[in-house]
Ligand binder design. Structure first.
Ligand SMILES: C[S@@+](CC[C@H](N)C(=O)[O-])C[C@H]1O[C@@H](n2cnc3c(N)ncnc32)[C@H](O)[C@@H]1O
Length: 232
């Protein structure tokens, strides 16, 4: 297995700090707003689910609780191993090394695709979207989760960190690709301030991170996300 499959987008937060990213995943969306919104659009009980860019496989057991079969695809070899260890006792879950642009799956073989903060960040991800069209069967759905930079504390921090990000351009891109949007309000909820600080420091450049830590007290952050979705 190569360390990193060709075509991966550098993801220094999880590549360099998988344990801190675990803290982030545990803190993100404790009310499971994202899962509920997806499930309203296309339930996955008994279905075949694909998680693209599954990282350490945090979401795989959650899908496996209802789905018939779950595949995680992830380019980084160490994260593939992490995800496999996490799911070792779950017979319906498998993790394959690969990238969104060349999914290691046959045509028309999955019902629900999930990609959370992974690869699909608007213009430039057309090859991955073509692969989704290839592997999803009729009646299936694809869900892409990313940040809504126009709203919430997190969105404001995101704009400060990445001032060239253009939310209108991203929105036009998804509309052209036939994806609709659900605007969701989630939150980060940490148990310890030091965990919050550690996560802020892997998500934002140092100057922005230090400003956030001065300005924002407590253990919670309001966080707006976009759920882009399409039925097939
Ligand atoms: C920020 S992490 C999110 C991980 C996971 N979705 C989660 O929510 O825990 C982004 C992930 O996308 C993966 N990734 C990067 N380029 C990719 C590509 N071309 N195709 C699929 N996944 C990719 C990274 O290796 C990383 O694991």
């Amino acid at each position: 297995m190569p360390l990193i499959a060709q075509g991966a987008r550098p993801s220094p937060n999880i590549w360099n700090h998988p344990d801190r990213y675990e803290l982030e995943n545990r803190a993100a969306d404790p009310d499971r707003v994202i899962e509920a919104a997806m499930h309203r659009r296309r339930p996955w009980a008994g279905a075949r689910v694909l998680d693209i860019g599954c990282g350490t496989g945090f979401h795989l057991p959650r899908f496996a609780a209802l789905a018939a079969h779950v595949v995680g695809v992830e380019p980084h070899g160490r994260l593939v191993e992490y995800a496999r260890r996490r799911c070792a006792r779950l017979p319906t879950v498998e993790v394959r090394q690969g990238v969104a642009q060349a999914l290691p799956l046959p045509d028309a073989s999955v019902d629900v695709v999930h990609a959370r903060w992974a690869y699909f960040f608007g213009p430039g991800c057309e090859p991955g979207l073509a692969e989704i069209r290839r592997v999803v069967r009729r009646g299936g759905a694809a869900f892409i989760i990313d940040n809504d930079a126009t709203r919430s504390s997190f969105g404001r921090w995101f704009r400060q960190a990445f001032p060239s990000y253009d939310p209108d351009r991203v929105e036009r891109f998804w509309a052209r690709q036939g994806y609709a949007r659900d605007s969701l309000d989630i939150r980060w909820r940490f148990e310890r301030r030091e965990d919050f600080e550690a996560v802020v420091r892997i998500e934002f450049p140092p100057a922005v991170a230090e400003r956030i830590l001065v300005e924002h007290d407590g253990l919670e952050v309001d966080y707006a996300v976009n759920l882009w979705w399409r039925l097939f």
